[in-house]
Write a protein that binds this ligand. Structure first.
Ligand SMILES: NC(=O)C1=CN([C@@H]2O[C@H](COP(=O)(O)OP(=O)(O)OC[C@H]3O[C@@H](n4cnc5c(N)ncnc54)[C@H](OP(=O)(O)O)[C@@H]3O)[C@@H](O)[C@H]2O)[C@@H](O)CC1
Ligand SMILES: Nc1ncnc2c1ncn2[C@@H]1O[C@H](COP(=O)(O)OP(=O)(O)O)[C@@H](O)[C@H]1O
Length: 283
């Protein structure tokens, strides 16, 4: 396993991975994100991911997750299309329970994973890593990564991961042969090819429910809008994931600054994303 040095991802790096729409774009050329997230227990995770994807500037979001969640998603974001169709990337798993997958849902997830399109696998979709066919990033926190490794008989307790997030993320990328974004106060983004990037979170207020679901939506939107680049170079998913983590961190800082350094909610973080992207594009 290669254990190269880790590099902090900067505003300059992130801005180089963002593209504004051009006169030649329409919503389809810009990129469509397919989203299968949420559950009757956690409809909010779906709402947050979809909100964040829209705020990141994707061409369209198609939500084809559980029927019970659809209404909440559409009520929050009527821009969302709830009809199956072509997509350029998928966000799967936030707010889902891997142990309570209906036959139809399992089929929809497998269909997405077999599509060859870029995939963001989060939370209740993490167990599906390995059945992906396109450029894929998994987005666990320490507990989720520990569970995933245990399921595959790979060493790595929560304590070990928290003590050595860098080594744990790199080992997971190597063992699972997938890009890994391990969330924490410092987020580690790496892949089996040796790319090793960190994003030091701008505020500890980010440690609140639902902010990870927002991050999933940002990565998904960047994957959809960079589908052509990903088709030419699958390893771009690692840099896009780091860019998303940078945007997420900056959005949290801006959202907190708006309250004089006070607390933020996940929805506040999503709401601050357009300003962060505007600033990065204007650099
Ligand atoms: N708005 C939404 O819809 C949101 C939806 N979300 C969605 O929820 C899903 C699960 O995500 P997660 O991160 O909570 O999962 P996970 O690692 O299994 O955590 C469980 C572990 O935590 C522990 N634990 C629980 N309570 C604790 C306490 N008070 N104090 C200390 N420990 C406590 C508990 O330990 P135990 O009680 O068993 O000892 C267990 O080990 C996921 O799909 C995500 O997307 C979230 O994003 C949030 C917003
Ligand atoms: N102590 C901390 N300081 C700053 N950011 C944190 C800290 N702990 C977690 N985070 C960030 O907060 C987010 C939490 O995501 P996650 O654990 O998936 O929450 P949820 O499942 O509730 O959405 C991640 O982006 C992570 O990097």
């Amino acid at each position: 396993m290669t254990t190269g040095a880790w590099r902090e991802w900067t505003a300059e790096d992130a801005s180089a991975w963002l593209t504004a729409p051009t006169a030649d774009d329409d919503k389809y050329r810009r990129g469509v994100l397919g989203v299968i997230t949420g559950s009757p227990d956690f409809p909010g995770a779906a709402v947050l991911g979809v909100e964040a994807a829209h705020r990141t500037g994707v061409g369209m979001v198609r939500f084809t997750g559980p029927r019970a969640v659809r209404q909440a998603v559409l009520a929050a974001r009527p821009e969302t299309v709830a009809v199956p169709g072509r997509v350029q990337a998928w966000l799967l798993g936030s707010g889902m329970d891997a142990d309570r997958r209906s036959f139809v849902l399992a089929g929809d997830l497998q269909h997405a994973l077999a599509s060859g399109e870029p995939i963001v696998l989060d939370a209740g979709g993490l167990d599906l890593v390995g059945s992906h066919s396109g450029p894929t990033v998994i987005t666990p926190h320490a507990r989720e990564l520990a569970r995933l490794l245990a399921d595959r008989d790979i060493d790595g307790s929560v304590e070990q991961i928290e003590d050595d997030p860098a080594g744990s993320a790199a080992r997971a990328a190597h063992e699972l042969q997938v890009a890994v974004l391990l969330k924490g106060a410092v987020t580690h983004v790496c892949d089996p090819d040796g790319t090793r990037l960190t994003v030091t979170e701008s505020t500890h207020w980010l440690a609140s429910a639902g902010t990870g679901d927002v991050l999933g939506g940002i990565i998904g939107a960047l994957a959809a809008t960079h589908h052509e680049r990903l088709a030419a170079d699958a390893t771009a998913i690692t840099h896009l994931a780091a860019t998303a983590a940078f945007i997420h961190s900056e959005a949290a800082r801006r959202a907190s600054d708006a309250w004089d350094g006070g607390p933020v909610t996940a929805m506040d973080v999503a709401g601050a994303v357009p300003r962060v992207i505007g600033g990065l594009l204007g650099r």
